[in-house]
Design a protein around this ligand. Structure first.
Ligand code: SF4
Length: 1024
């Protein structure tokens, strides 16, 4: 069993379900009984006539034969062609068995579906044999309401309630329903467009005929030839008549060409789908030609050869015995002809299913394998994650610079189609399968995913991909009309703030300005970008020098002339800091200094009013630079077309800077700017603070490795990134186990969420022991640094471990890495470590991801092996262990949450955010006051940590809230009200250690004697 299998969540409620293999591969009898559904994925005919079954038998045999030989069955190809599925057309050539190609994944076969449950106008199918629980039903109904009504939703569902499965089944059921609706709507659009096309082409023909009649009356020659190619055709031998004919032909050609363009637009789809296929196919195949075969202009439409051009044939206008009596053309037949406006067909909305990390996405994909749905999907990732040869963006771009011309210098890129073909054939796959396929075909996963993304119905990606505009553009993520579902969305605030923030070092600024200068020598547009980067770099350097000289003289108050502070937060030594409107003025100072200086010299109007001209000028400079450095802009195109890569990085960097500057100039009230001599510690007044501050602990670590001087633009409100996504998408659904308080989240994200729900837990209360302990007192920052803390913590744990009260794994969460390190060192020195290791193996989390896998392996072995009775895992709040992994069953029979993880007060971003939230503006936007926001940040992280255990209906665990602020304390009730709803009413405080140990012993003994799920299991759900 791999490490990922070990920690993947399994809901015991589904233990009795079919195995994955059985779900994916029904027996041949099942195939006979359940025909493959149509392109929309709608319900297959449950009982086909006997004749049909007979007809399928040879097809099935052929399928099996081809499957054995490693090729795709011809029946699939012919069926798809018969269906005319638009998306399949482009895959058809892949679907043809290629000589010598060995497929490694099982070919896709339809799964058996259980009876669907009607819900909010859709029919939701769950995996066969499984019945959704109450929290799942609540989750599904709310998601369906949000999707069908295009409303944003906040859905809180405790961990272990089968949220992922509910989420996938309901979203895919909605998409399936939508497909059927779109198909019907598009058929009507096609009919209306066909009628308009016919009328237009009839009018063209009448016009031409009328002109011919007129020419005849003037005794000119008749027009002969195909008008579609009439420019070079001989027509009249009379000069005036020839000119008139040529003008008419030109006019009609132009009208037809314009109409043809309309048709192309109307019949081309950014998201091809089954429903659009008949329409798309018709657009390509049913090219209607018109024959003006009769002098009265009667038009006879006929189906032309699909390879022919749209054409209008005008035949020689000679008296014919069969012809009907001639008539004079009407005046209207000489009127100019305008091509009709054709309606665009609808597309089936894509679903973007996002989670925080790729490991969480892997878990979602495993759940997808269990569902009876098989959408076309892709998993977006970075080159860093996917590239098998470890190339970064720049190296990859260089290697693949010829990708539009043929073979590239990267062999993996050249074989990416084999990966795409195999995944398309398998339809249902997960990350392990993707890895296997890529290695087997030596094809590039990164570009295979980019290719699959184009026609995917479901797209998995980390949610920073959606909220970061630069990533969206780089990966061609178009959210227009899409449904965006954010799973594990408790960090959505942090991710949105990060998406609109930007940090850039002086070195990067200098390199970028210099490269743009070089590019400008051969491409004029680069001058526009250089005009932004050069003054920006100079201004940052000037500000640093000025700040440094001021800092050496006196205190931070020296910078007030830059800052214009209205609140108490000030710059640290050697830094300059701007907030609110001063951010815009600071940018204007960098980019339009003369205009700003001139405006200040004017006495009237006030400095603020005058500065607006400089801000406007700065904005236009940034907007121009943003335009020329866009991913699809002229600069990138020209460089790429020449097969070069020099300058591309500088252009990308410049575009990133532009995006942040524009956001700050448009909404300066939501930003703070800082120029610092050390970006990794920007604004820190307390240099000791690290680890759990504003955002994930890992991010903090990454930043400490920079140690570079530069400029930071910090976004203080997630709405800056969230609003554009919500505006473009059909709806955004945010789900998590810990979203409360939802009102505050709504205010931070800046959009309304008409659908909100807090689903209950499914686990009976007898399976959860919750105890608040004051043994370590108020575990404040001061207490954490106290000398005796490590020893006190060790003795507290040994109280339970030495008696072997707790079976399996024990998780201990602490507020920061530095405390973990100190605890381990002290335990080594005073023998506590050795004492604990007599009962459990001790491992601990370190910053960064490199050591996590071996640490988890050690922990797993300690639980699986017989000689030890489990392990103790010391981990940090907001780290990978506390938020990214599941510890089901014996992996976590107890969780000790030590202290409350308040963000580091030494972090200037935390102080700025508190100050911002307490401003009148933030209050008017329904955001929580700074103090409350600060507390909620702490408890979201806290609830995430304690939710690592009790992962399914039959799981059980003990949870310890180790802080006197939960026990006998004036704020105890308030603090307890902040922990997860499903367990807050279970919190108990014991009078003595003996009572605590005795109760815990009883708890585990009772569950061992009467395990959950066995006879006698029952009780009220923990959620009440
Ligand atoms: S094309 Fe793929 S394999 Fe080749 S360098 Fe780029 S990411 Fe790596």
């Amino acid at each position: 069993m791999g490490i990922t299998d070990f920690f993947r969540p399994v809901d015991a409620q589904f233990d009795g379900g079919e195995s994955e293999g059985a779900q994916i591969s029904p027996s041949p009898q099942t195939l006979e009984a359940v025909p493959v559904p149509d392109a929309s994925g709608s319900d297959p005919n449950p009982s086909p006539p006997q004749d049909a079954r007979e007809a399928w038998r040879p097809e099935r045999e052929a399928r099996e034969a081809f499957g054995t030989l490693g090729g795709a069955p011809p029946s699939d190809v012919s069926r798809r062609r018969a269906r005319g599925a638009a998306h399949d057309l482009q895959y058809d050539e892949w679907a043809q068995p290629k000589r010598g190609r060995n497929f490694v994944l099982r070919e896709f076969r339809e799964k058996t579906r259980g009876a669907g449950a009607p819900m909010a106008g859709c029919v939701v199918h769950f995996p066969a044999g499984l019945t959704p629980h109450v929290p799942q039903k609540i989750t599904m109904s709310r998601i369906l309401t949000a999707l069908t009504k295009s409303q944003n939703a906040l859905i809180e569902s405790p961990t272990g309630t089968g949220k992922s499965l509910a989420l996938l089944c309901s979203a895919l059921a909605w998409q399936e329903t939508k497909k059927a609706e779109v198909r019907v709507a598009n058929e009507r659009v096609a009919e209306r467009n066909a009628a308009k096309t016919l009328a237009f082409e009839e009018a063209c023909a009448r016009r031409r005929h009328a002109r011919a009649k007129e020419a005849k009356e003037k005794d000119t020659s008749v027009i002969v030839g195909t008008i579609g190619r009439s420019r070079g055709a001989p027509a009249s031998d009379d000069g005036a008549g020839a000119r008139a004919d040529a003008a008419l032909a030109r006019e009609l050609d132009e009208a037809l060409a314009e109409h043809e363009k309309e048709k192309q637009k109307a019949f081309s789809f950014s998201f091809s789908n089954d429903e659009n296929e008949p329409l798309g196919a018709r657009a390509r195949d049913e090219k209607v030609s018109f024959t003006l075969g009769r002098p009265d202009g009667l038009v006879v439409p006929k189906l032309a050869d699909p390879d022919d051009d749209v054409s209008v044939h005008v035949i020689k206008n000679e008296p014919d015995s069969d012809s009907v009596p001639e008539r004079k053309p009407f005046a209207s037949e000489f009127a100019p002809i305008a091509p009709p406006a054709l309606e665009r067909p609808q597309s089936v909305p894509k679903i973007y299913l996002c989670s925080r990390t790729h490991s969480q996405l892997h878990q979602l994909m495993r759940e997808l394998k269990r569902t009876p749905y098989a959408p076309r999907y892709a998993v977006l990732g970075s080159r860093k994650q996917y590239c098998p040869i470890g190339k970064n963006d720049e190296e990859c771009t260089e290697l693949t610079k010829n990708k539009n011309r043929g073979e590239t210098a990267c062999g993996w890129y050249n074989k990416k189609d084999a990966v795409v073909e195999e995944l398309h054939r398998a339809r249902v796959w997960d990350m392990e399968d993707l890895d296997t396929v890529a290695k087997s075909h030596l094809g590039c996963q990164y570009y295979a995913m980019r290719a699959l993304h184009k026609n995917a119905e479901l797209v998995f990606c980390p949610y920073n991909y959606v909220f970061d505009e630069n990533i969206r553009k780089a990966l061609e993520i178009d959210l227009t009309g899409a449904a965006v579902i954010i799973d594990e969305g408790h960090n959505v605030e942090d991710v949105c703030r990060d998406g609109a923030s930007m940090e850039i070092s002086v070195t990067e600024l200098e390199d970028t300005a210099s490269q743009l200068g070089s590019v400008a020598k051969f491409l004029d547009d680069a001058n526009v970008a250089a005009r932004l980067m050069r003054p920006l770099k100079d201004w940052v350097n000037r500000s640093l020098a000025e700040s440094s000289s001021h800092a050496s003289k006196s205190s931070k108050s020296s910078f007030k002339r830059f800052n214009g502070f209205s609140g108490p937060v000030e710059a640290a030594h050697g830094e300059a800091l701007w907030k609110g409107d001063d951010v815009a003025t600071a940018i204007a100072r960098a980019l339009a200094p003369r205009t700003l200086a001139g405006s200040r010299e004017k006495k009237s109007g006030g400095a603020r009013g005058d500065a607006s001209a400089a801000v406007a000028l700065a904005r236009s400079i940034v907007a121009d630079a943003s335009r020329v450095t866009a991913f699809d802009g002229a600069l990138v195109r020209e460089i790429s077309q020449n097969g070069n890569t020099f300058g591309l990085n500088a252009i990308t960097t410049c575009h990133r800077v532009c995006a942040a500057l524009l956001a700050a100039l448009d909404a300066p009230a939501e930003f703070a700017a800082c120029v610092s001599a050390d970006l990794s510690r920007a604004g820190e007044t307390d240099q000791k603070t690290s680890s759990t501050s504003f955002g994930a602990g890992d991010r903090e670590k990454e930043k400490t490795e920079k140690n570079a001087a530069g400029l930071a633009l910090w976004c203080l409100r997630p709405a800056v990134s969230f609003r554009p996504v919500a505006a473009a998408a059909r709806c955004v659904v945010v789900t998590s186990g810990t979203l409360s308080p939802m009102g505050s989240l709504e205010g931070e994200l800046g959009v309304s969420f008409p659908v909100k729900v807090e689903a209950p837990h499914v686990v009976p209360s007898r399976q959860i022991h919750v105890e608040a302990s004051d043994v370590l007192g108020d575990f404040t920052a001061k207490a954490q640094d106290a000398d005796g803390t490590p020893r006190a913590l060790g003795q507290f744990l040994l109280r339970y471990l030495s008696r072997n009260v707790i079976p399996g794994g024990v998780l201990v969460f602490l507020p920061k890495y530095s405390l973990i390190r100190r605890v381990v060192e002290r335990w080594r020195d005073d023998g506590t470590l050795a004492a604990i290791e007599k009962h459990k193996t001790v491992v601990w989390e370190e910053p960064g991801a490199q050591t996590l896998t071996p640490t988890l392996e050690t922990f797993r072995r300690s639980i699986d092996s017989g000689d030890k009775k489990g392990g103790v895992f010391l981990a940090v709040y907001r780290g990978k262990v506390s938020e990214g992994l599941d510890f089901k069953d014996a992996n976590a029979r107890a969780v000790f949450c030590v202290g409350i993880p308040f963000p580091a007060v030494g972090d200037v971003k935390v102080r700025l955010k508190k100050e911002y939230n307490s401003s009148a503006y933030a209050r008017s936007e329904r955001m929580l006051p700074g103090g409350d926001w600060y507390a909620h940040q702490a408890f979201r992280a806290y609830n995430q940590a304690l939710g690592r255990c009790v992962r399914h209906l039959h799981d059980y665990a003990a949870i310890f809230l180790v802080d006197a602020r939960f026990a006998r304390h004036a704020d105890a009730d308030r603090n307890k009200s902040m922990v997860s709803k499903w367990m807050r009413h279970l919190v108990r405080v014991f009078a003595s250690p003996r009572e605590s140990v005795g109760t815990l012993e009883e708890f585990f003994r009772g569950l061992e004697a009467d395990p959950p799920g066995g006879e006698g299991a029952g009780g009220e759900p923990a959620g009440g």
